[in-house]
Ligand binder design. Structure first.
Ligand code: PLP
Length: 386
């Protein structure tokens, strides 16, 4: 076999590797607390599950339109109007199996050798992986603890060159919980007027996961860039539906046909019952979302306080998502050494900051999608190592 060159450039998401190692240790009888994986530890709301089951019973067993069932695309547009006060044409919505396919499609649509794509670092590892896979040059946008890991419009705009085809932004962010304030997004959009060749992918998968009254600023609220904006969102995090594989993006007019074509080439359509479940999630009661966020907020406070009490560790308040991203440089451990020792010696799965890019060195990601008791037990165990 002779693999294509691009195969060697494909990265991965360490959360899945750590999950596998944690699973193997648990299978050996070790008591493992998993603060590694980025998925809510809640169940999908029952009415959503029932809608999925009903769809199967009702005979929705066949292909659907490649871009998703019309009623779901209409519900997405209505939901975006409700949450962001924006008009979205359902024809611009493409339903895909999760948040990731939109990343892949957008990067493959714009990236090729000789082009550059900007992405946040530390950031979701799949951005860099697929940029490199596409043959484009991956240009990291360093995010700093000093700004709460919000991106700075000025430094982002300064990195744009004539070769930049796409910029990727993510707020609220994984792995940092950083939320970019409206003023920075205003400045970014204003600055993009000087770079009309640049498309924007805004990953808003954590758009409903904010704390302390912070607002989510959707890029959809800026009409001046709608003709080159892709907004990624989905059900995985908001409705605890990671395993259903359901997400969507709003594509600009000129790109939506290409995105649908990529869907046809890749997966034909999302499985029908998941789409009906997603419809129930958007159109039914949102109480479960509120309840989940109340619980996440309680845990957020617990984990941040407990981390700050550890020697050599300092942790800023995450403003969104469900991750704490403490600075561990004071412990004298590298991120990777901390991740490995904390897993093997303390039985706690966490993820090294470097799994999210080189600027993640000195940090560790802990997901607080776990019970308060487990979180406190985990920190207690980490303290014993430190
Ligand atoms: N975008 C970000 C920033 C994420 O953190 C994740 C998952 O962790 C995704 C997208 C992908 O979500 P999905 O599981 O729906 O593919």
């Amino acid at each position: 076999m002779i693999f294509a060159d691009r195969q060697s450039r494909l990265g991965t998401e360490s959360a899945f590797t750590v999950l596998a190692r944690a699973g193997a240790l648990a299978a050996e009888g070790r008591d493992i607390i998993n603060l590694g994986i980025g998925q809510p530890d809640f169940q999908t709301p029952p009415h959503v599950v029932e809608a999925g089951i009903k769809a199967l019973r009702d005979g929705h067993h066949g292909y659907t339109p490649a871009n998703g069932i019309p009623v779901l695309r209409e519900a997405v547009a209505a939901d975006l109007h409700r949450r962001h006060g924006v008009e979205v044409n359902p024809d611009n919505v493409v339903i895909v199996p999760g948040g990731k396919p939109t990343m892949f499609f957008a990067v493959m649509m714009f990236g090729q050798p000789g082009t550059e794509i900007l992405y946040p670092d530390p950031g979701f590892p799949i951005y860099e992986s697929v940029i490199r896979y596409s043959g484009a040059t991956a240009v990291p946008l360093p995010l700093s603890e000093d700004t709460g890991f919000a991106f700075s419009a000025e430094s982002l705009l300064a990195k744009i060159t004539p070769r930049t085809q796409l910029i990727i932004i993510n707020s609220p962010a994984n792995p940092t919980g950083g939320v970019t304030p409206r003023a920075e997004i205003d400045a970014l959009v204003a600055g993009l007027a000087d770079h009309p060749h640049v498309a924007v992918l805004s990953d808003e998968i954590y758009s409903q996961m904010l704390y302390e009254g912070r607002e989510h600023v959707s890029l959809l609220q800026y009409p001046e860039i709608r003709d080159r904006l892709i907004v990624l969102d989905g059900w995985s995090k908001t409705y605890a539906m990671t395993g259903w594989r359901l997400g969507y993006a709003v594509w600009p007019d000129r790109a939506v046909e290409g995105a649908t074509r990529l869907a046809i080439n890749d997966h034909s359509c999302v499985n029908a019952s998941a789409q009906y479940a997603g419809l129930a999630a958007l159109t039914g009661s949102q109480d479960a979302v509120q309840e989940m966020m109340t619980r996440f907020d309680q845990r957020r406070r617990v984990i941040v306080k407990a981390l700050n009490d550890l020697p050599g560790v300092r942790c800023a308040d995450p403003a969104g998502a469900f991750y704490a991203f403490p600075n561990i440089t004071g412990t004298g451990l590298t991120s990777r050494a901390a991740q490995d020792r904390i897993l093997t010696e303390a039985g706690v799965a966490t993820i090294a900051g470097t799994a999210f890019g080189q600027h993640g060195e000195g940090f560790l990601r802990l997901s607080y999608a776990n019970s308060t008791d487990n979180i406190l037990d985990a920190i207690h165990r980490i303290r014993a190592i430190l």
